[in-house]
Write a protein that binds this ligand. Structure first.
Ligand SMILES: O=P(O)(O)OC[C@H]1O[C@](O)(CO)[C@@H](O)[C@@H]1O
Length: 248
C-alpha cells in the first residue's frame, strides 16, 4: 500500500483526477469503479472542468458504481444515481448505456445483487477503482463485520453511517436503513485502487488503516490484501505521528 499526502483537498482532488485522466488516455476503453459521498466531489468537479477545456474523451469508458440506497428511485435527489448524473455523467461524454449502478428500487433485491455481480464479472474488473472511507472504516457500504469474501449484497446501515449521511437528507428518519453494495471480494477484484480521505474526521480511520492490521471489524483493512492500492490523503486526514511510527 502506497500513501500520498497532499497539502489540501484541492491537491488531493487534482491528483485523483490526473490518475483517472491518465488511465483513460492510456486505455480509452477503461472500466472505472466510482464512489459517491462528499470526498470524490472535488475529483469529479476537476474532471468536468478539464473536460470542458478539451480534455479527456470518455466516450468509450464504462463505469461501475459501488453502491446505492435501498428504496430510493433513480430520480430521488439523494439517490446515488442522481448524484452521479448531476456531478459527472451529464457533464462529460460518458455514454449512459455504459454506466452501471445498483437499482435500489428493484422488486427482488437478491436478484438485483446477482445481476450486479454478473455486470462486475462481465464488464469488469475495474481498471481503476475510486474509494472513499467511512469514519468507521467502511468501504462502499461494507460496514464493520462484513466478510472479506462478500460479493454484491444488501447491508443494514449502521446508525453512525446513517447519522453521518443525514446531512444530505432533511432528517435522519429519511436516510434509508439498507443499501446494496459491491462486496469486499468484488472491490479487491479491481486492478488498481485509489482510496481518498480528506479532513480531520477521517484521521482516526486513516491512522487505523495504516497500522496494517487486517480485521473484518475494520473493512478498509482488506485493502492490505490487494497488490496495487494507493491511499491519497490531505494533511488534515493524515496523522503524522501515528503514521510515521508505523513501518510495514
Ligand atoms: O466521502 P464521505 O461523504 O465522507 O463518505 C465516505 C463513504 O461513505 C459513503 O458515502 C457511504 O456512507 C461511501 O460511499 C463513501 O465512500
Amino acid at each position: 500500500m502506497k500513501i500520498i499526502v497532499k497539502d489540501n483537498y484541492k491537491g488531493l482532488s487534482r491528483f485523483a483526477a490526473e490518475c483517472i485522466q491518465k488511465q483513460v488516455q492510456y486505455n480509452p476503453g477503461s472500466v472505472l469503479g466510482l464512489a459517491t459521498g462528499s470526498t470524490p466531489l472535488g475529483l469529479y468537479e476537476r474532471l468536468v472542468q478539464d473536460y470542458k477545456v478539451g480534455g479527456t474523451d470518455y466516450s468509450k469508458v464504462s463505469t461501475i458504481n459501488l453502491d446505492e440506497y435501498v428504496g430510493l428511485s433513480k430520480t430521488h435527489p439523494q439517490s446515488y444515481h442522481m448524484f452521479m448524473k448531476e456531478n459527472l455523467f451529464s457533464l462529460v461524454n460518458i455514454a449512459s448505456r455504459n454506466t452501471y449502478i445498483p437499482d435500489g428500487k428493484a422488486k427482488h433485491l437478491e436478484e438485483e445483487c446477482k445481476r450486479y455481480d454478473r455486470i462486475i464479472n462481465t464488464i469488469g474488473p475495474p481498471d481503476l477503482l475510486i474509494l472513499g472511507i467511512g469514519e468507521n472504516g467502511h468501504i462502499g457500504f461494507n460496514e464493520p463485520g462484513s466478510s472479506f469474501e462478500g460479493q454484491t449484497h444488501i447491508v443494514e446501515l449502521k446508525e453512525s453511517t446513517r447519522r453521518a449521511n443525514a446531512r444530505l437528507f432533511s432528517s435522519i428518519e429519511e436516510v434509508p436503513k439498507q443499501a446494496i453494495t459491491m462486496g469486499i471480494k468484488s472491490i479487491l477484484y479491481s486492478k488498481k485502487i485509489l482510496l481518498l480521505a480528506s479532513g480531520e474526521k477521517k484521521k482516526e480511520a486513516i491512522g487505523q488503516l495504516l497500522t496494517g492490521k487486517i480485521d473484518e471489524q475494520f473493512p478498509a483493512s482488506a485493502l492490505h490484501l490487494h497488490p496495487n492500492v494507493t491511499v491519497v490523503v490531505d494533511e488534515l486526514a493524515y496523522n503524522r505521528q501515528i503514521s510515521e511510527a508505523i513501518t510495514y
